[in-house]
Design a protein around this ligand. Structure first.
Ligand code: CAA
Length: 259
C-alpha cells in the first residue's frame, strides 16, 4: 500500500511505522489516522510481521491532533465525524502482535494518546509527554481520559489532564507511563532489541497473552481468570505448544510457526 504521511518498513519480522509530517511536528490529521489504520490492518494480516514499532522523529514523536483541522469545527461536525483516530487506535490496540512505541521528543495530546494504545512505551531521554487539550478548551478525546487512568491511576492522570502540562521522560518513568528511558541516540536500537526478543517467542501464545491482558482488564477478576484459562487451554491445541515444550526437553531453541 502507498503511504504519504507515514513510512512503513518491514525488516526481519519487525514492522516500523514512522510518523512523517515533520513540517507540523507530526500533527495527526485524518490522513495520518487513516494511513495508520490501513497500516495496522496490513501488519496484522502479514504473517512475516511479528512485532510492530511505532515511532516519530528525533525531536518530535507527535504534537497531537491537527489543531488547524479542528479549529473551526462545529459540535455537529465533530459529532458526525467518523473519527478516523478512533478506528486507527482500535486497530493498533487490538493488533494480535506486540506493539512498541519508541518515543523521542514531544508526545502531546493525540500523540500521547497514540502511545497509550501501544503495549509497551520506550522513551528517549529527550521525550516529553502531555495532554494539553485543556488549554485549547477541549479534553483528550482519543482515549486519554480512559486509557491513561487505567495505566497510571486516576489521581496522576487527572493531574496531567487538568493541568495540561508536560512531563519529562524520567517523570513518565516514575509514574509508570513508560516502561524504560534510554539515551536519545539509542532509542531505535533499544526498541529493535526488545522487538527482536519478542520475535522469537511463541506466536500464537503472544497473541493470546496480549488478548488475555487486554480483555481481562475489562472484566472483573473472576471473569478475567476464566478468560485466561480458556486462552491457556486453547494453546494446547497448537503446534507451537508442542514445539516449545519439545524444544525445551531436547535442550534446543524452539522454532515457532504460528500454528
Ligand atoms: N496541530 C497543527 N499544527 C501544529 C501542531 C498541532 N497539534 N503542533 C505544532 N504545529 C505546527 C505549528 O503551528 C507550527 O507551524 P508553522 O511553522 O506553520 O507556524 C509548526 O508546527 C511548529 O510548531 P511551533 O512553532 O509551535 O514549535 P515549538 O517548538 O515552538 O513548540 C510545541 C512545540 C510545544 C509542541 C507546540 O507546537 C505545541 O504546543 N503544539 C500543540 C500541542 C497541542 O496542543 N497538542 C494537542 C492537540 S489537540 C489533540 O490532540 C486532541 C485529541 O485529543 C485527539
Amino acid at each position: 500500500m502507498e503511504y504519504k504521511t507515514i513510512i512503513v518498513r518491514i525488516e526481519e519480522g519487525i514492522a516500523t511505522l514512522t510518523l512523517n509530517r515533520p513540517e507540523v511536528l507530526n500533527a495527526l490529521n485524518d490522513q495520518v489516522f487513516n494511513e495508520l489504520a490501513d497500516a495496522a490492518s496490513e501488519m496484522a494480516a502479514d504473517p512475516t510481521v511479528r512485532v510492530v514499532i511505532i515511532t516519530g522523529g528525533e525531536k518530535v514523536f507527535a504534537a497531537g491532533a491537527d489543531i488547524s483541522q479542528m479549529a473551526t469545527a462545529s459540535a455537529v461536525d465533530v459529532m458526525t465525524s467518523d473519527k478516523p483516530s478512533h478506528r486507527a487506535f482500535h486497530l493498533i490496540e487490538t493488533m494480535p502482535k506486540p506493539v512498541i512505541a519508541a518515543i523521542a521528543g514531544y508526545a502531546l495530546g493525540g500523540g500521547c494518546e497514540l502511545t497509550l494504545v501501544a503495549d509497551i512505551r520506550i522513551a528517549a531521554e529527550n521525550a516529553q509527554f502531555g495532554l494539553p487539550e485543556i488549554k485549547l478548551g477541549i479534553l483528550p478525546g482519543a482515549g486519554g481520559t480512559q486509557r491513561l487512568p487505567r495505566l497510571i491511576g486516576p489521581g496522576r492522570a487527572k493531574e496531567l489532564i487538568f493541568g495540561g502540562d508536560f512531563i519529562k521522560a524520567e517523570e513518565a518513568l516514575r509514574i509508570g507511563l513508560v516502561n524504560k528511558v534510554v539515551p536519545t541516540n539509542q532509542l531505535f536500537e533499544e526498541a529493535k532489541k526488545m522487538a527482536k526478543r519478542f520475535c522469537d517467542r511463541g506466536t500464537v501464545a503472544l497473541r493470546l497473552a496480549k488478548s488475555a491482558v487486554n480483555e481481562g482488564l475489562r472484566m472483573d477478576l473472576e471473569a478475567g481468570l476464566q478468560y485466561e484459562d480458556k486462552c491457556f487451554n486453547l494453546l494446547f491445541a497448537t503446534e507451537d505448544q508442542k514445539e516449545g515444550m519439545r524444544a525445551f526437553l531436547e535442550k534446543r531453541p524452539a522454532k515457532f510457526q504460528g500454528r
